[in-house]
Write a protein that binds this ligand. Structure first.
Ligand SMILES: *Cc1c(COP(=O)(O)O)cnc(C)c1O
Length: 403
């Protein structure tokens, strides 16, 4: 890290985003770190080669491309600082980061407790690879809090959290979950993608590992895939080891895009927050809408916990519609001009999706089996977005009333 990177205590986040992870003095005065395309790292002498091979490996020193380069280290160090963690390791996608984090802490015969609101591909990891390894998973109610203690088994090694939950947006009590996990010798691994490292720091709330799908807000432009695993000093060793064992290092161009995205993360996120809330409140006032799932809304069941543990809200939320036939929902989606229909989020462009959490749940029922939409507010003008949604509801009504 450069001398001006400093520590988190010295600067506020917006300043950190400008100063972290760069060292112009070491790079011919160039503002941003260069993109190093590297596999082989040459060592000057046989003695240096042997020292690098057999000696203790110092973090941040180049040894072989897969273990990190002067392009990957600055992004890792920046995310570690923002997440208030000891160290971050990067992977080729958010999903790869989740797989790595779980594999770092489970062995055959272990038991995992996973929130019922986990991201779909995180669930499939539990029901697929982990099961084949002989690791059993129990899904728990995302709002269980200290009640998690009743589900802990002697062999529970990992508790997985995600807040707010994918698709259903429940806020979890991380400090309560961490207390239960630690009391029984387990670690708490959480997916912090929704908040980004700016709006929540799970490690400061007791979690041992915080994951980012950097693909989303950190990259921020829908043009690269990247994931990060950030950990405390106490748990760094299993994460370092799995990073080396998996060998799933991301490419340098994608790391560059991640670092570049970080520079504008704060301005983007504050704008996303504002637009997301404007849309959420607009949806709340519509007769076609039964409920809006957004923890920053005062009447959301997770609002008090969100206020306690988060410093902001991002722009992904749920909209439960009043009962309406599926072709009418499709007409709504098909008529949208500014909202793209597609997976992922975190870019500058707005997105909409129909979602079906009741097909995934296992520990808890999702009683609202009405049409459910996931809305992602991008950086467009909020009034234009609202006008687009208004036209969508008109089309929805036309199809509904023609039935
Ligand atoms: C998208 C997403 C992921 C996975 O990230 P990829 O980079 O797409 O693999 C993980 N967790 C959450 C909450 C996500 O939204």
């Amino acid at each position: 890290m450069s001398k001006e990177s400093g520590d988190k205590g010295r600067y506020r986040d917006e300043t950190l985003l400008s100063v972290l992870g760069r060292d112009p003095a070491a790079n011919h005065g160039v503002v941003n770190p260069p993109v190093y395309h590297a596999s082989t790292i040459l060592h000057e002498t046989a003695a240096a080669l042997k020292e690098a091979t057999f000696g203790p490996r110092e973090y941040g020193k180049t040894y072989y491309g897969r273990y990190g380069t002067p392009t990957t280290f600055p992004l890792q160090d920046s995310i570690a600082a923002l997440e208030q963690g000891h160290r971050t390791y990067l992977f080729g996608s958010g999903k790869a980061a989740i797989v790595a984090a779980l594999l770092a802490f489970v062995k055959s015969g272990d038991h995992v407790l996973m929130t019922d609101s986990a991201y779909g591909p995180t669930r499939s990891l539990a029901n697929g690879l982990l099961k084949r390894m002989g690791v059993e998973t129990t899904f728990y109610d995302p709002c269980i809090g200290a009640g998690l203690a009743d589900l802990m088994q002697g062999n529970t090694s990992v508790v997985v959290g995600e807040s707010p939950g994918s698709l259903t947006f429940e806020i979890q009590d991380f400090p309560a979950l961490a207390a239960v996990a630690h009391e029984r010798g387990a670690v708490l691994i959480v997916d912090n993608t929704w908040a980004s490292p700016l709006f929540c720091q799970p490690l400061a709330l007791g979690a041992d590992v915080s994951i980012q799908a950097c693909t989303k807000y950190i990259v921020g432009h829908s043009d690269a895939m990247l994931g990060s695993v950030t950990t405390t000093e106490a748990q760094v060793e299993p994460v370092r080891r799995i990073f080396e064992e998996l060998g799933a290092a991301p490419g340098p161009d994608d790391c560059y895009l991640g670092l570049r995205g970080l520079r504008t993360l704060s301005v983007r996120l504050h704008r996303h927050q504002e637009t997301g809330l404007a849309l959420a409140r607009w949806f709340q006032a519509r007769p076609e809408v039964r409920r809006v799932l957004h923890p920053a809304l005062e009447d959301d069941p997770g609002h008090a916990l969100w206020k306690r543990d988060f410093s902001g809200a991002s722009s992904l939320f749920g909209v439960v519609l009043e009962p309406v036939p599926e072709p009418a929902v499709d007409a709504f989606l098909d008529s949208l001009g500014l909202f793209g229909l597609g997976y992922s989020w975190g870019g500058y462009e707005s997105l909409a999706l129909p979602t079906y959490p009741w097909k995934l749940r296992d520990a808890t029922r999702w009683d609202l089996a009405y049409p459910l939409l996931r809305i992602y507010a991008g950086l467009e003008d909020p009034d234009d977005l609202i006008a687009d949604l208004e036209r969508g509801f008109e089309q929805m009504a036309a199809v509904r009333d023609a039935d």
